[in-house]
Design a protein around this ligand. Structure first.
Ligand SMILES: [Fe+2]
Ligand SMILES: [Fe+2]
Length: 267
């Protein structure tokens, strides 16, 4: 059985040290096969924040898998944002903005959905382009049938109605159609600072809230998710911060049927 921890939106610069330490303790106990971090490692993409983020990542005892978010692009230094948008990411975090990892039980493909700018006022919005869609399809084409297929992207492919002002990812329809054809099981993301799981076109969209930062939205404590299972049955557990530690608050079970993943109740 695969066990993966999914954390997100750590926002170093706005991190809560007590929560960060409790997360490290939880992950040490859990000992997942992989720790997925779905973007917004920093608050303002400053050197010091990347250094803090890396100090945290170095404390993880399991392999990590990280994609950037919109906050990992310089917000105020427009020269940096336009000319060298990912220089600091590459300097501190990883040369590859789109990691890939394959084991006997899963294949994870990371996509960088943050953009320097767009034809809209809100540059926090994200996008997946046709080249990235083809890339995901290509990487998944020879994956064994019993391997979980996971796509990690910072921006949301599904949003609850109450969060629609945060905008769905651009390029969504073409991407979902292609992901479905490629047999994607899980699409993991962050950005909204809201934890949720949703079945979508036979796939599961699962978001973690902000795991360690004080950039909280009302009624949404710090959170992260634990994914357990295989390509037949998946248990998605939501862990929430409750003042002194993270505690499990919800576990949802999904089973694969002919049309894809279907909810099979809560524990
Ligand atoms: Fe964020
Ligand atoms: Fe974000």
């Amino acid at each position: 059985m695969t066990v993966i921890a999914h954390i997100s939106d750590l926002h170093f610069g706005r991190d809560i040290p007590e929560v960060t330490q409790a997360l490290l303790n939880c992950l040490d106990q859990l000992q997942p096969e992989l720790i997925i971090i779905s973007g917004d490692l920093t608050q303002r993409a400053k050197h010091q924040e990347f250094q803090q983020g890396m100090a945290f990542l170095r404390k993880l005892h399991q392999p990590r898998f990280i994609v950037p978010g919109n906050h990992d692009l310089a917000a105020y230094n427009l020269l940096e944002r336009f000319l060298y948008p990912w220089q600091k990411w590459k300097q501190y975090v990883a040369a590859d903005l789109q990691p890939i990892m394959q084991t006997d039980t899963f294949m994870a493909v990371g996509i960088n959905t943050a953009r320097r700018m767009g034809w809209y006022m809100d540059w926090s919005r994200g996008r997946i382009n046709p080249k990235q869609i083809r890339y995901v399809q290509h990487m998944l084409q020879h994956v064994p049938a019993d391997c979980l297929r996971i796509v990690v992207a910072h921006h949301p492919f599904w949003l609850p109605n109450s969060s629609m002002r945060r905008h769905l990812i651009g390029g969504r329809e073409a991407a979902l159609e292609s992901f479905q054809a490629a047999g994607v099981d899980l699409i993991l993301g962050g950005h909204v600072h809201l934890a949720y799981v949703q079945t979508l076109q036979g796939m599961l969209v699962s978001h973690a809230g902000t795991t360690t930062s004080n950039r909280l939205i009302q009624g949404q404590p710090n959170s992260f998710n634990i994914i357990r299972g295989d390509r037949e049955v998946l248990k998605l557990e939501q862990m929430e911060w409750r003042g002194t530690t993270f505690v499990p608050v919800q576990q949802q079970i999904f089973k694969r049927a002919a049309g894809g993943w279907q909810a099979h109740g809560n524990l």
